[in-house]
Design a protein around this ligand. Structure first.
Ligand code: ZN
Length: 114
């Protein structure tokens, strides 16, 4: 950069609570426009815009503080009124953790965080 009147400023990241999980298997993570491979031990982070990306454990340790809480997401199917939670349905097959298919009528349901 050669712009004469531009100056670097000191900034800190605002404390934002994000969701993340540590993978135990190789995952193919589709982030904005590209595919990335997550290896066992990598963290999968859901960013502020809802994008999902893998993060190496050493970087994760520098940038994030683990809050220890797990997130429970409740799904209510608008079509057949089926209701379930993220705990009941176990590991997400879809990388988008807030969307699942209703097991009864296959409607796509967007979960709500409790
Ligand atoms: Zn349904």
């Amino acid at each position: 950069m050669r712009a004469r009147h531009l100056r670097w400023r000191l900034v800190t990241r605002k404390p934002v609570v994000l969701q993340a999980f540590q993978t135990t298997e190789i995952l193919n993570v589709e982030t904005v426009g590209q595919n990335k491979i997550a290896r066992p031990g990598d963290w999968i982070v859901k960013g502020v815009t809802g994008d999902i990306f893998p993060c190496r454990p050493e970087i994760f340790k520098k940038m994030y503080k683990l809050e220890g809480e797990t997130v429970q997401i409740v799904f209510r199917c608008p079509n057949c009124k089926n209701k379930w939670t993220s705990d009941e349905h176990g590991p997400f097959t879809d990388m988008d953790m807030s969307k699942q298919l209703c097991t009864i009528c296959q409607t796509e349901v967007i979960g709500e965080q409790t």
